[in-house]
Design a protein around this ligand. Structure first.
Ligand SMILES: NC(=O)c1ccc[n+]([C@@H]2O[C@H](COP(=O)([O-])OP(=O)(O)OC[C@H]3O[C@@H](n4cnc5c(N)ncnc54)[C@H](OP(=O)(O)O)[C@@H]3O)[C@@H](O)[C@H]2O)c1
Length: 345
């Protein structure tokens, strides 16, 4: 049985969703894949930080994180280490970076990922910042150190769209990708089609926990722009930045626009797209009218989907969840199992 020791930087929705998967499925993973994942370190901003070289108890971690004393009430070897110290000095072999995304600076996640790779540790992350702003540098660093950089959770949560592109479509000649890459805006557009105003649909999305109190990153298209850049970085080898994406959100759409599309047998979707045009790349995020028969038009509610246009296979579309604590936790697990397959050879 191969054991991998993990340090989790961030223990919010995704970190906890991942820990719940391990708590509930460890026996199955051991039996089916001959592997065990042991969390040895967890770092948060306000709920404490813990490290125990012998491994942390998952059930105790999950109850302590929401208890008044936080993580540091646990009986462990070390408390209070900052993320960089945990990354450098713990015995973890893999750093799981799931702290909040910052699409302007990528920090502090970028420093965490860099430090982990420099310390000779594998990295798995769902954090868009470092992958959108510094993928080429980080991928080169990982290669130089012989480590892996797993990024599945950065686009479409746990739906394995990046693995589909990287492993199964890599020889098919991907030249364009377009998709619905933000569940919040797709939910709002679906509600507007059902007769809601933009304001009412946004309020409903906030009540259901899809939209943040400040919804700007979603509704103005910044989140999708970050994902479009990640797709360009991974599949088209392009050093795009989010600022280079021609971006428009959904805040200008009116009930009249929705009705006009419906009358024409079409539907509005917020489409993120990147394509190679000659030697150049064109990347955009834009509300787009699609005919109802279009594969992306049928994706409703908080769903996501991405179509790869390829030379050898034509269009290949994958649809599924775009976010969620367990769904994105599954992306972390998927990257770890890929690392395990690679290590075993
Ligand atoms: N939620 C999703 O469905 C989803 C989907 C795809 C990708 N992602 C990405 O996954 C990452 C995690 O998302 P989430 O929903 O789990 O976020 P979250 O619930 O806000 O949790 C973030 C965690 O990071 C901790 N943290 C904040 N600043 C930190 C710092 N400087 N150093 C170390 N830890 C720090 C927080 O500490 P406290 O606990 O003390 O606040 C919290 O534990 C984000 O980058 C997000 O964009 C999320």
């Amino acid at each position: 049985m191969q054991t991998y020791r993990l340090a989790l930087i961030g223990f919010g929705n995704v970190g906890q969703g991942f820990a719940e998967i391990l708590r509930d499925r460890s026996a199955d993973l051991a039996q089916r894949f001959d592997v065990q994942f042991q969390i040895v370190a967890v770092s948060t901003k306000r709920r404490g930080s813990v490290y125990d070289a012998r491994g942390l108890d998952l059930a105790a971690l999950l109850s302590a994180v929401t208890a008044p004393g936080g993580l540091e009430s646990l009986p462990v070897q070390q408390r209070g280490w900052d993320p960089l110290r945990l990354i450098r000095e713990s015995n973890a072999e893999v750093v799981v970076e799931v702290s909040p995304t910052d699409l302007q600076t990528a920090e502090p996640a970028l420093s965490h990922v860099r430090a982990a790779l420099e310390a000779g540790k594998h990295v798995v992350t769902a954090n868009k910042g470092p992958v959108a702003l510094a993928y080429a540098e980080l991928a080169a660093l990982a290669r130089a150190r012989g480590k892996t950089l797993g990024v599945e959770g950065t686009v479409m949560g746990g739906t394995p769209v990046l693995r589909l592109g990287q492993e199964l479509l890599s020889a098919a000649g991907i030249h364009q990708m377009q998709g619905i890459l933000n569940g919040t805006t797709n939910y709002i557009l679906t509600q507007m089609e059902n007769g809601a105003t933009y304001a009412a649909a946004l309020a409903e999305a906030q009540a259901r926990g899809y939209a943040e109190a400040d919804p700007t990153a979603d509704v103005e298209g910044y989140d999708v722009a970050g994902k479009v850049v990640i797709l360009a970085n991974l599949f088209l080898g392009a050093g795009l930045t989010p600022a280079q994406v021609d971006r428009q959100g959904i805040t200008q759409l009116t009930p009249d626009d929705i009705a006009a599309a419906r009358a024409a047998g079409e539907r509005w979707k917020l489409i993120g797209r990147v394509e190679r045009q000659g030697g150049q790349l064109a990347a955009s995020v834009r509300p787009t009218r699609l005919p109802l028969a279009h594969p992306l038009a049928g994706v409703s509610g908080a769903g996501n989907a991405l179509t790869f246009s390829t030379d050898l296979l034509g269009d290949v579309t994958l649809a599924g969840a775009g976010a969620g604590r367990v769904e994105t936790g599954y992306a972390i697990l998927g990257d770890l199992l890929a690392l395990h397959r690679q290590t075993r050879g």
